[in-house]
Design a protein around this ligand. Structure first.
Ligand code: SF4
Length: 288
């Protein structure tokens, strides 16, 4: 049995920075409660290890007692949280990935345009970006949203549309949606500016998944079940490879499925997956 090595599996630079910084903050504040607004990154193993060191994950900043420490997660928080943190005199460690902050800054500077964020409506990153974009903005997730969007834009009277993406969104889906938006709005002389803010770390992983999954007769995807970029890898691999297993970590691996018909196994991992999970999964496969 051969394992096909993916060059770009596992933690991206942004997640590594966030996790390393969170560890340092916990080490520098022994015995203190350090709160994190939402999951720091979308990986249970990583978050579980930090919780053992004292991290307390909360869903609402109002749960943090005044004068305490709070971390803002890798994929960002909504704008109002910065203001509430000030009012509560919290010490904020903003560990939002720099690439996500860059998107917040860009949409905030476009108050004269209608801003479209192409991404998942329920993903924390898109919701946070929307909060920086102001009132003339919305999130588009699929073609089903287009008709309503065109109406809202026309009603706004604005003649410029600025489009960005959730950094972990599907590159192909973004391109298809952007073409349709341009085609429709340019009929009304509305200028459409496209800023494809999908992160290279995500694009490279998606391209690799596309190419390598065609060569494999079994694909294993390791990553958080709530991780957007990991779910995209699963979608891509499922198109090209008949057998795909999506696991959170090595403990979930069902080795009974890797029978004698399997010769080439591809192991892919999302941008929040730690190296330990990838190594342990490969070891488990090789020990068969
Ligand atoms: S995928 Fe890109 S944007 Fe997202 S955390 Fe990693 S480096 Fe940052």
């Amino acid at each position: 049995m051969e394992i096909i090595e993916a060059k770009y599996a596992g933690m991206c630079g942004g997640v590594k920075y966030t996790v390393t910084s969170a560890n340092e903050i916990l080490d520098n504040n022994p015995g203190k409660r350090v709160y994190c607004l939402g999951e720091l990154v979308h990986n249970k193993t990583v978050v579980g290890n930090l919780e053992k060191k004292g991290l307390v994950v909360i869903e609402d900043i109002n749960q943090v007692p005044d004068n305490n420490i709070v971390i803002f997660r890798a994929h960002g928080v909504t704008k109002d949280n910065y203001e509430i943190a000030k009012q509560k005199n919290l010490t904020v460690y903003d560990l939002t990935c720099k690439k996500v902050i860059d998107v917040h800054d860009k949409v905030e500077a476009k108050s004269d345009s209608f801003v479209i964020i192409i991404g998942s409506k329920t993903h924390a990153e898109s919701i946070a970006t929307l909060s920086f974009a102001g009132k003339n903005s919305l999130i588009i997730e699929s073609e089903d949203d287009l008709e309503d969007t065109f109406k809202v834009i026309r009603d706004s009277g604005l003649k410029n549309v600025y489009i960005v993406a959730q950094t972990t969104y599907s590159s192909k889906k973004f391109d298809v949606l952007v073409e349709k938006i341009k085609e429709e709005l340019e009929k009304d002389n509305i200028e459409v500016i496209i800023d494809k803010t999908i992160c290279m770390a995500t694009e490279i992983r998606q391209e690799e998944a596309e190419n390598l999954s065609k060569q494999a007769d079994y694909t294993i995807i390791i990553g958080g079940k709530n991780s957007s970029n990991t779910k995209k890898l699963y979608e891509i691999a499922s198109k090209n490879c008949n057998k795909v297993q999506f696991i959170e970590d090595e403990n979930e691996l069902n080795i009974d499925e890797l029978d004698s018909s399997v010769n080439k196994i591809l192991v892919l991992a999302g941008a929040s997956t730690p190296d330990e999970s990838i190594i342990a999964t490969k070891e488990k496969i090789m020990s068969m």
